[in-house]
Write a protein that binds this ligand. Structure first.
Ligand code: SF4
Length: 230
């Protein structure tokens, strides 16, 4: 793939997960194979708000250079970046050659694509999606295979908790991670659009379930939303 479909390239701070607060250049890739009920990036999806520009590798490199200013890393986000695996696979070595850290934010389902480029990725922020939260099809098997590949590198999982999240799904997610490596950090992320007592209470309850089997479990909200950043 000579060109990538990219919705936006911008500099901001990371708003989610273990690296919250670090300055990054974000490349938001267009398109995603899922349709999570709580998705906050309709601009990167096929639909009314969806849009993209096409970038060659050189154009993207110049764009990153113009935004860089001592960032921590470059985030490949979306949408689902791994849909454009060929482009990313060819692009990642450029970052490596320049000693720039690559950070992949992914829905955690495209394990074959990950396996093809994992050698060039530094950090993986993997969604572990609960069907009772997403209202989409279950992805347990894909998630398990993905996490097995991802743990070759630094990886943490991120799970959105909504009012609809069931404990049954939570316990299955816990077993999935614990069966691979109980040291993998896990983040519970309260759904920003339902930030009421109910969701927070669920996060606190589920943190106990997670902590029964896993060593590093944190509740971290989407900080960029509170700070009104991109
Ligand atoms: S996987 Fe991410 S980008 Fe895709 S629909 Fe779900 S929340 Fe949105």
């Amino acid at each position: 793939m000579d060109k990538a479909k990219i919705t936006e390239v911008f500099q901001s701070i990371q708003g989610e997960g273990l690296y919250v607060g670090v300055k990054q250049v974000f490349i938001r890739f267009f398109d995603c194979g899922m349709r999570c009920a709580y998705c906050d990036t309709p601009q990167s999806m096929d639909g009314e708000e969806g849009h993209f520009e096409e970038y060659t590798s050189d154009e993207l490199w110049r764009k990153i250079a113009g935004l860089w200013s001592n960032c921590h890393s470059v985030s490949f986000t979306g949408g689902e970046p791994l849909i454009q695996k060929e482009f990313i696979k060819a692009f990642l070595p450029r970052l490596k050659a320049a000693w720039i850290t690559s950070y992949l934010e992914t829905n955690g389902t495209m394990y074959r694509e990950l396996a093809e480029l994992i050698e060039h990725v530094d950090i993986i922020a993997m969604d572990l999606k609960l069907p009772s939260s997403t209202k989409c099809r279950p992805c347990w098997e894909e998630h398990e295979r993905f996490l097995i590949v991802a743990r070759q590198k630094e990886v943490f999982t991120k799970t959105v908790i909504t009012n609809g999240t069931t404990r049954e799904d939570v316990l299955r997610a816990v077993e999935l991670v614990a069966g691979i490596d109980p040291e993998i950090p896990c983040v519970l992320q309260p759904n920003y659009y339902e930030h009421d007592e109910g969701v927070m209470r669920k996060c606190l309850e589920y943190q106990i379930d997670y902590s029964n089997r896993l060593k590093n479990v944190r509740i971290i909200p989407q900080m960029h939303k509170y700070l009104k950043l991109q």
